[in-house]
Design a protein around this ligand. Sequence first.
Ligand code: MSP
Length: 506
Amino acid sequence: MPKYYITTPIYYINDVPHIGHAYTTCAADVMARFKRMCGFDVFFLTGVDEHGQKAEKAATEQGIHPKELADNMVGKFTELWKLLNITNTDFIRTTDERHRKAVQYLFNKIEGTGDIYLGEYEDWYCIPCESYFTDLQLVDGKCPDCGRSLERLKEESYFFRLSKFGEPLLKYLEEHKDFVLPEVRLNEVTSFVRGGLRDLSVSRTSFTWGIPVPDNPRHVVYVWFDALINYLSGLGFPTDERLREYWPCDAHLIGKDILRFHAVYWPAFLMAADIEPPKRVFAHGWWTVEGQKMSKSLGNVVAPAEVCDKYGVDQFRFFLFREVPFGLDGDFSKDAIVHRINGDLANDFGNLISRSVTMINRFLKGRLEKPENLAGTDDAFRNSVEGLVDEYEKDMNDFAFYKALQDVFEITGLLNRYIDSEAPWKLAKEDEKRLKTVLFNIWNGVRIATILLYPFMPEKTAIIWNALGKRDAIESTIFQNEKIFYHSEELAVIEKTPPIFPRVEG
Ligand code: MSP
């Protein structure tokens, strides 16, 4: 069985999960479900990033130990992933013993080659971003990433010899044009590397909440060096068999703000340790809320559980990928989600399902037959549907979820027009043979649209699957078999389906 390894970032535990976290995790889940359906053995990893000064500070403010804070937050994340039907294979915590071992092993290994060395560091440090900046990088004396005030820090530090990896990285970027997607992000990374790389401080002595540097526990490992290694420790690095099966990773999904860590530092660490870099890093855009930046101080942070409560889990998942091309920024608003649910789901797809199921029941008592001769009149219709399925497959493999959903809604449009022009209610009175052919085509078209929507809306499509008379579980369906027009012997369409996508009010 071919393998597929996909990851989300591991989330900081100083913040409750919000739409940004849900976005990446749902995207990874959509891809994981799609790949499984295409016959891949998928390893899907998510988790939390527990160390660092930010976590330590947040815990101190609450008067608790950072581990206690992390334990509380892990509950919140796993609860949300359960609610959103996330099918992750494992959940990695950076306080796991397996992770500590992996980090210390890799640190030692790179130190052994001379690409980690002890030196002294002084520069501007941004606590929220856990990053140092040079004078040149500051914007009005503030952090260039988040705009907050900086502290001048000087410390003995271990350094990673990043400066040595500029050329190898450029070569890798040149030879792997789809290493970083979308293309605009690849350009960003390339110009960053071309601008020259300075050695990177990879340890801290100013706080203690982290993984101790092996043989020099006065230092803890820099939180990003620590965090990135989760992608290996989740597979049981350095000893586990799974490494050979799943590494190099097929896709790290991340937000655009953490691109440099994943597309520059991470492959360089791996090169230094003689480990293959990941195949792909996909950086998605950011959500604003009702046109504004999402922030705690504005009090407009979108809690995914509340949205799901109000509109439904699958509706929320669907909205995330139908509203905005994956890779671009987007805006979350009540009007937008209501519009999508009522338009695409209630009027379009939902209506198509109930019309089709009703007609198959009313006119054929729920029994379909494969027409003797399929060639002829409906070729164009069937070819268009199958052509769109091919597009969908390609788009999904490119992480073009927005386009993939457009393909599906072109199919539903074709089906609705086919129903209108063939008018089965008239054929029922005039031409039984033709009626059977038309309803056979409609059932197949609806079934195909349903399977294409499955990765986005696993719960609703499972209900529709049964309503279409399919007895196998939708999640164990094989895409290659389902993407074509076929005849199903034991077809019994359920009499009535409850409204699957009820209309919603704002
Ligand atoms: N802990 C690091 C990642 C380490 S991965 C080895 C981290 N954590 S985070 O919790 O701050 O952010 C996780 C992800 O959430 C990032 O990919 C970030 O882009 C994403 N988002 C945070 N706010 C977001 C939006 N408003 N919109 C979309 N995604 C956003 O960074």
